[in-house]
Design a protein around this ligand. Structure first.
Ligand SMILES: Cc1cc2nc3c(=O)[nH]c(=O)nc-3n(C[C@H](O)[C@H](O)[C@H](O)COP(=O)(O)OP(=O)(O)OC[C@H]3O[C@@H](n4cnc5c(N)ncnc54)[C@H](O)[C@@H]3O)c2cc1C
Length: 698
């Protein structure tokens, strides 16, 4: 009999965010300005668990909901009780606040241990189920880190399950398709990416939920060693609004205008590529290589930089050249000269910072390579481009850690892409990606050489592997970065550290984060954001073999079925027309996308290829090989058409390098309208035939 522990989280309702929800000074969210709701994916995970209990054939099995949060988080427990949970546990304590993912996963794992011992008393036959990620954090790191703490298998990005031969098989999203797997042993952690069958509360159950006592624990009850701000391995340096989209976001009201814009956009030499360009920020120079030893123009925040500029100006005015000989009178003079700009403590910190010249971390800059069937994932090459830049700034080497079987031939390609050293861990047991075996191989290699920075692609595989490896090695990890820069944070005693910038709160803010209390700084980076370097086959590099002992016990998952797209698709075409779930059915997709592709091809005299969103592929409108996005193909055509596509981040990542994006959607508030160049509000059934006619007659 399986039991279930469901992790649920209360989050701010980010769909209701307005500008006044943020503190104008700090840029942080004022929680009281927004309603709190259950994290949508956790609600789906609860419904998914209820389904598991139903098909698992044992109505006696228990569902325990666990949440960690402030006392008001009891609302999500009432929600859980009123839908499916039998017992609920609230872990609440001020000491647990301000935690990053490591300091969240650790107490949750300890609370799970206590639930199993004190409440379920069920041996090993249980599942821990949770949403893939929360909308406020968006990291997807906590579940794999819980699995790592508890030494359990983790099956992430699950979209369905089947109970056959007395065990559960889980269908999960992977790059290029989907896969059905089972945990080789229980317990196991499952993260739900999508389950669209909501649970509704009955009146009777709601009454019962409101009367039921819930269990409340503090940090003393669970005795977790890594909690709160103190236990965290990352800290936020600054929060700021996201830059304005580089896209035009212009609404078009009629198909005639749209047809003209299509022709004009195709023929123009427009290089409107909406991707973030990190090369805009000046390349970092180590303090010892700066012409002026007081040059602090590489500080983490603008304010810090400005403070240093004022300080250095005052030092020069006062004729002070030797920091170590500054006395109290000098300090008073500087403070008087600096006026209101900074106070004594800030001055002391800055003066101490000026004495520092040695980088805070040592070692190479690494990328963990992702590959399958002998092909390296394109995001790996992009990261090598970034690692090269960071390594050059830090005057060190760029390395690649790669695990697998018969992978040595790939080394040449990795070196040609910009790497100096390739660290290879080969084992037959690494033939296909298994999170537990891979994290052992990669963590072992990292802890042998200790690079100062480790980058992973924010693909389903990377977002699974990185949290496990970083947790295992006691290092901080920042998810889904869109900016990676070396900077100083001298006032806090850091030189040459990695500043990791990422969107947070559903993309409503950007946060810059640094690693602390770690031997290595780790980050996953969004595919399609960093730039691949031109291939240079003349580059020379070194291959270093890393040995590790793996046994069958290191393999945590049994792969039951893998479905990958097959067939030929020319995504190098100049024009791509994608249909989404809004196409409604396969016939519509065939008819409308087909006719639109034909007329565009004739009008523009070019090849036009068909694409699709993941949802359209899952609905069976078109084969998987046509999928565009994070787990499909990343494309960069001149013209991209999104027909009936909402604009989910996983889709938009794949079209970031497109010159012009045109969307047709019936929802006037479709998120894609904020990420495209031209859009028209209307159904594809109405707009597309008219547009085809317009293109043919114009
Ligand atoms: C790990 C992971 C990886 C993923 N990878 C990818 C990926 O690579 N690619 C990808 O695309 N997704 C991916 N997804 C899924 C992604 O999150 C979204 O669920 C998906 O992109 C939604 O597809 P959609 O826009 O077609 O469907 P929906 O989000 O359902 O949107 C349908 C849109 O159609 C509109 N619409 C409805 N009817 C009409 C009509 N008659 N005419 C016009 N418009 C209409 C609606 O207003 C809506 O905006 C991934 C998810 C996860 C968790």
């Amino acid at each position: 009999m399986s039991n279930y522990i469901v992790l649920v989280k209360q989050v701010p309702d980010v769909t209701q965010i307005t500008d006044n929800a943020f503190d104008p000074e700090s840029g942080t969210l004022i929680r009281t300005r927004l309603a709190s709701v259950i994290n949508e994916l956790d609600a789906q995970a609860l419904a998914f668990t209820n389904y598991m209990r139903k098909v698992g054939g044992d109505p006696q099995s228990k569902i325990i909901a666990l949440t960690m949060g402030p006392p008001m988080a009891e609302e999500v427990l009432r929600y859980s009780l009123s839908r499916a949970a039998d017992t609920v546990v609230l872990l609440t304590d001020k000491a647990l606040g301000g935690a990053d993912t490591v300091a969240t996963a650790n107490p949750l794992a300890f609370a799970i241990k206590k639930i199993v011992k004190d409440i379920l008393n069920c041996g090993n036959d249980y599942y821990i189920v949770t949403g893939m990620q929360s909308v406020d954090g968006d990291t997807a790191q906590v579940p794999p880190q819980i699995a790592e703490e508890l030494a359990l298998p983790c099956i992430a990005y699950v979209t369905g399950t089947e109970f056959k031969n007395n065990r559960f098989g889980f269908t999960r999203i992977i790059s290029g398709g989907s896969q059905t797997v089972a945990a080789k042993k229980l317990p196991a952690v499952i993260t739900v990416a999508k389950y669209e069958y909501p649970l509704f509360a009955t009146f009777a159950r709601t009454r019962w939920a409101n009367k039921t006592e819930f269990i409340q624990w503090t940090s003393d009850d669970i005795k977790a060693p890594i909690i709160g701000v103190k236990g965290s391995k990352t800290s936020v340096i600054r929060v700021f609004p996201p830059g304005k989209s580089a896209r035009k976001c212009r609404q078009v009201s009629d198909v005639k205008t749209l047809a003209k814009l299509i022709v004009d956009s195709y023929s123009s030499e427009n290089a409107n590529v909406g991707k973030a360009d990190s090369s805009q920020t000046p390349r970092y120079v180590l303090p010892e290589r700066r012409a002026d030893r007081f040059d602090r123009s590489f500080e983490g925040t603008q304010k810090e930089q400005q403070d240093y500029e004022i300080l250095v100006e005052k030092l020069k005015e006062l004729g002070i050249t030797d920091i170590s000989r500054i006395d109290d009178a000098d300090r008073q003079n500087i403070l008087a000269a600096a006026g209101e700009h900074f106070h004594k403590k800030a001055l002391d910190d800055m003066l101490n910072g000026l004495k520092l010249t040695e980088p805070s971390f040592r070692g190479e800059v690494w990328v963990v390579a992702e590959h399958s069937d002998g092909t390296i994932h394109p995001a790996t090459f992009e990261l090598i481009g970034k690692a090269r830049e960071l390594a050059d700034s830090l005057q060190t080497r760029a390395g690649v850690a790669i695990a697998g079987y018969q992978i040595e031939p790939m080394a040449k390609e990795l070196i040609a892409a910009g790497a100096d050293n390739i660290y290879i861990t080969e084992d037959k047991l690494l033939s296909v990606f298994d999170p537990t075996a891979y994290r052992k191989a990669i963590a072992d290699c990292i802890s042998t050489h200790w690079p100062q920075i480790v980058l992973y692609a924010a693909t389903p595989q990377g977002r699974m592997l990185a949290p496990m490896v970083s947790y295992r090695l006691g290092c901080g990890l920042t998810a889904d970065c869109t900016g990676l820069d070396i900077r100083d944070n001298s006032r806090n005693g850091y030189i040459g550290i990695l500043l990791q910038t990422r969107p947070a709160l559903g993309g409503n803010v950007m946060a810059t984060i640094r690693t602390k209390n770690s031997k290595s700084q780790m980050a996953t980076a969004r595919p399609g954001v960093m730039k691949r370097l031109p291939t240079d086959n003349s580059r020379k590099g070194k291959v270093i073999n890393h040995k590790i002992r793996l046994t069958d016990d290191d393999i945590s998952l049994q792969i039951l079925k893998t479905e990958l797209g097959t067939g030929d698709v020319n995504f190098a075409a100049d024009v791509i027309v994608s249909g989404g779930k809004g196409m409604q059915n396969r016939d519509n997709y065939e008819r409308l996308v087909g006719a639109f592709c034909d007329s565009l091809s004739k009008k523009l005299d070019t090849q036009v290829e068909r694409g699709a969103s993941r949802a359209a592929v899952e609905q069976g409108f078109v084969e998987h090989v046509h999928q565009v996005g994070q787990t499909g193909t990343s494309i960069g055509p001149k013209l991209y058409f999104a027909l009936g596509i909402s604009g989910a981040i996983q889709h938009m990542i794949g079209v970031a390098n497109t010159e012009t994006i045109i969307a047709i959607n019936s929802d006037p508030n479709a998120p894609i309208f904020k990420q495209c160049d031209y859009y028209i509000v209307g159904t594809v059934e109405d707009i597309v035939p008219n547009l085809v006619q317009e293109l043919e007659t114009e």
